[in-house]
Design a protein around this ligand. Structure first.
Ligand code: UDP
Length: 407
């Protein structure tokens, strides 16, 4: 059974729950539709999975729809994704056409009747074409860092995005100058979800045995989709430096998202790189593996997230919430979550990552302190209840742009 709002009180306090109920009173009966491009895999699906039921519990008629697309569409949107993260890209006219065509097809099947439409990320951004016939307020919710995008792709998207009533970015440094209202809302994790709830050792141990992950050596783990921007190869290199001095084992665990066509190829490359090395375990997780991910994070000695580019980096929040020492690249939303040497360790290179992992392995008291501070940082800033509150505030602000008290 899914957790109700009241069950969050022991974690976030009475006041946070009362605030949500108070704000929701002003929004009773409103309808909300979230649209994204995958039902499982990746951070957006993770958040919507819980945000939508809680909105409903608060009297807001919230729904979630996923756009459909073929391989060609997701190839293009993956190129968009990489290009918006500033990677080189080559897109043809045909690519742009395939993108627009799929969005147009989706307009025929999606029911877009809602007061507020939250359109997540670039994949469904062109649904804005349905305006003004459908929806009252259109909000483009951007989960990625578009601060230094590929000019061509950004130019193409920007024209559509400026047709929205508002945009949301996860952090000021991710945003762009736009001729439309902007809001900043950091993502969040759900402390009561299957992925983050407390697990006892009696639950963790059999899961790790079933996954064939021995725990006789300290376990260094990265959990991510197999994506080049998550730098699994860099993690392997860093691990090999660490292991020279400190015995440990590496676990790279992840699955793929249905909107990411590159996953299988990257996974194969990673397997090739790790071949013959018994201390490197590569685990392909089924798309929906929250209990396994929870157990893996809790069984790990150190969690790594050595991304080259990152959105917010929910895997970091998940690991910090579990009180783990986290070594992560100073990219995307990670520096918002980790204050270096206080709530985790930031790194900027393979050598830096290796040094930081060694520090955690060799100094358990320091590692424990990092983990405790990290958990508190997440409790204060990155839990679902805060996220929900900001969505409610945003809805109120759309309806009452003059009402400064609400902001
Ligand atoms: N995740 C998952 N299965 C995987 C890999 C990741 O369920 O095989 C989850 C992970 O626990 C986190 C989210 O997907 O909740 C990834 O979010 P993040 O912001 O770290 O990265 P994204 O994949 O959105 O770039």
């Amino acid at each position: 059974m899914q957790a109700t709002l009241e069950s969050y009180e022991p974690i976030v306090g009475r006041q946070a729950i009362d605030e949500l109920r108070f704000l929701a009173q002003r929004l009773q009966g409103r309808s909300v539709l979230h649209v994204n491009s995958t039902a499982v895999g990746g951070g957006v699906a993770e958040i919507l999975n819980r945000l939508v039921p809680l909105m409903n519990e608060l009297g807001i008629a919230a729904r979630w729809e996923v756009i459909r697309g073929g391989d060609a569409f997701f190839q293009v949107t993956k190129k968009f994704h990489n290009a918006l993260h500033g990677q080189p890209a080559s897109l043809s006219l045909q690519d742009y056409r395939a993108y627009l065509e799929t969005n147009t097809q989706n307009l025929k099947t999606l029911s877009l009747d809602a007061d507020v439409l939250f359109i997540h990320d670039p994949q469904p951004a062109a649904l804005i074409k349905a305006r003004p016939q459908k929806g009252r307020w259109w909000v483009w919710r951007c989960h990625i860092d578009v601060s230094s995008p590929h000019a061509g792709v950004w130019g193409f998207l920007k024209k559509m995005i400026e047709l929205y009533d508002a945009t949301i970015f996860s952090a000021p440094q991710f945003a762009q100058r736009l001729a439309t209202r902007q809001f900043l809302v950091a993502p969040s994790i759900d402390p009561l979800s299957e992925k983050n709830r407390e697990l006892s050792e009696e639950t963790i141990q059999p899961i790790m045995r079933k996954l064939n992950v021995p725990l006789d050596l300290p376990l260094v783990t990265q959990i991510s989709r197999f994506d080049r921007l998550k730098d699994p190869m860099g993690v392997i290199e860093a691990f090999r430096l660490v292991r020279k001095a400190t015995p440990c084992r590496l676990l790279l665990a992840g699955g793929s998202a249905s909107d990411d066509p590159e996953g299988a190829q990257v996974l194969q490359e990673v397997r090739d790189r790790a071949q013959g090395d018994d201390d490197i375990l590569i685990l392909e997780l089924p798309p929906n593996s929250p209990t396994e991910i929870n157990a893996i994070q809790r069984a790990s000695t150190v969690i790594v997230q050595k991304s080259i580019r990152e959105g917010f980096g929910l895997t970091v929040s998940e690991a910090l919430w579990k009180g783990k020492p986290v070594v992560a690249s100073a990219v995307g939303g990670i520096p918002l979550q980790i204050a270096h040497k206080y709530s985790g360790l930031l790194c900027r290179s393979v050598e830096g990552a290796a040094f930081a992992v060694k520090q955690c392995l060799n100094n358990p008291a320091f590692a424990k302190r990092l983990g405790e501070n990290g958990r508190e940082q997440v409790r204060q800033n990155f839990l679902l209840t805060r996220h929900l509150k900001e969505y409610l505030l945003l809805m109120a602000a759309l309806e009452h742009p003059e009402d400064v008290i609400l902001l």
